[in-house]
Write a protein that binds this ligand. Structure first.
Ligand SMILES: [Zn+2]
Length: 343
């Protein structure tokens, strides 16, 4: 319990930083080019320690996931805050989201070696939050010139501020455990409906507009009937919605439900058959209470009370990590979005 307690200020600081980056849109860098070049050189010399092994779980004939126990980065977990998935195909290993640092990518490579000696042949990133792609560095280091796929809006966001922002945010949040991680943006575009065939496994791309971010891509591992949803849905986590949309998330969930997979694989938390349904219930509780508040002409403060009293929210609050720290923010975002839609 004391461990959880001590991590809370870090978690709050992390979420504040994420929120401010979203508000700014892009990060403006100081014009200290020589100093930056020097810092870059120093960075190459210093590298954070290896991340302890987390054995992969096998979810299907082809799909494995290395599950992050925590939802937020801190010095103890060294930034291991999001799941890394790998799919062993006839042609080689495909990575779906690569983790939050080069060290995490390297740890996942060690787990891959326990399952297969095939090379990694492709990396896919769901969206531009750094815990889902900073690990790209490790795979490019091990396998030169491999394609890294993402939606073009994800790639441009990484190249225009989100890259450095997340690199430094992870360093700060982990007491420099992720040091040595170099921003390695995607190099190939994907769009809704794209399919990649790797001999025995097909990866199908799903993008339904703005949901958790403007450019989330979910990956259907067709033969295993598993859908990797990135952060469009989380398992008992509440992250942040600054870049996203409630209604967009519901729309994306409607479309994804049509796939009827046997398992949803979220970026955070455990995979399961009810991840979308459960997460949607919580989000609909928050958004629904805000719509009601607006229809009754109530201000934000009263909307917050209504959200906390909503039975759907009450049902999930106690088992949702980050709930207390984030619910205020989540509610104001829902209130703003509901106001825009209803007036
Ligand atoms: Zn995210």
């Amino acid at each position: 319990m004391s461990e959880r307690h001590s991590a809370d200020p870090q978690r709050r600081a992390f979420l504040r930083a994420v929120a401010s980056a979203a508000t700014l849109g892009t990060l403006s860098l100081p014009t200290l080019a020589p100093l930056q070049a020097f810092a870059k050189e120093m960075e190459m010399l210093v590298k954070g320690p290896p991340v302890p092994d987390i054995p992969a779980n096998k979810l299907g004939k082809y799909t494995y996931v290395v599950i992050a126990p925590d939802g937020f980065p801190n010095p103890k977990n060294q930034g291991m805050m999001s799941n890394v998935t790998f799919v062993v195909t006839k042609q080689g290993v495909v990575i779906l989201d690569s983790g939050a640092s080069v060290q995490i990518g390297e740890m996942v490579l060690r787990q891959i070696r326990k399952a297969t000696d095939k090379p990694v042949i492709a990396v896919f990133n769901t969206h531009y939050h750094g815990d889902h792609w900073l690990g790209n560095h490790a795979f490019v280091e091990a396998y030169k010139d491999i394609p890294i796929y993402a939606h073009p809006l994800t790639t441009s966001a990484i190249k225009t501020g989100q890259g450095e922002f997340w690199q430094h945010l992870m360093e700060r949040s982990t007491d420099n455990a992720t040091l040595g991680t170099i921003v390695t943006p995607p190099n190939k575009d994907i769009h809704h409906g794209d399919e990649f065939n790797y001999g025995d496994v097909t990866i199908r791309c799903h993008h339904y507009g703005k949901a958790h971010t403007p450019a989330d891509v979910c990956f259907e591992i067709v033969e295993d009937r598993i859908v990797h949803v990135g952060d469009v849905a989380m398992d008992r986590r509440i992250a942040f919605m600054e870049d996203g949309s409630y209604l967009g998330t519901f729309k994306a969930m409607d479309e994804l439900q049509k796939i009827k997979p046997k398992l949803w694989l979220p970026g955070h938390g455990q995979p399961g058959p009810d991840v979308l349904k459960n997460n949607r219930e919580l989000l609909e509780g928050i958004y629904g209470a805000c719509v009601e508040a607006i229809q009754q002409g109530k201000p934000l403060e009263e909307a917050k009370t209504m959200v906390l009293a909503d039975p759907r929210v009450k049902k999930w609050a106690s088992q949702t990590k980050g709930f207390n720290e984030n619910i205020g923010n989540y509610t104001s975002l829902a209130y703003t979005e509901a106001e825009q839609v209803n007036f």
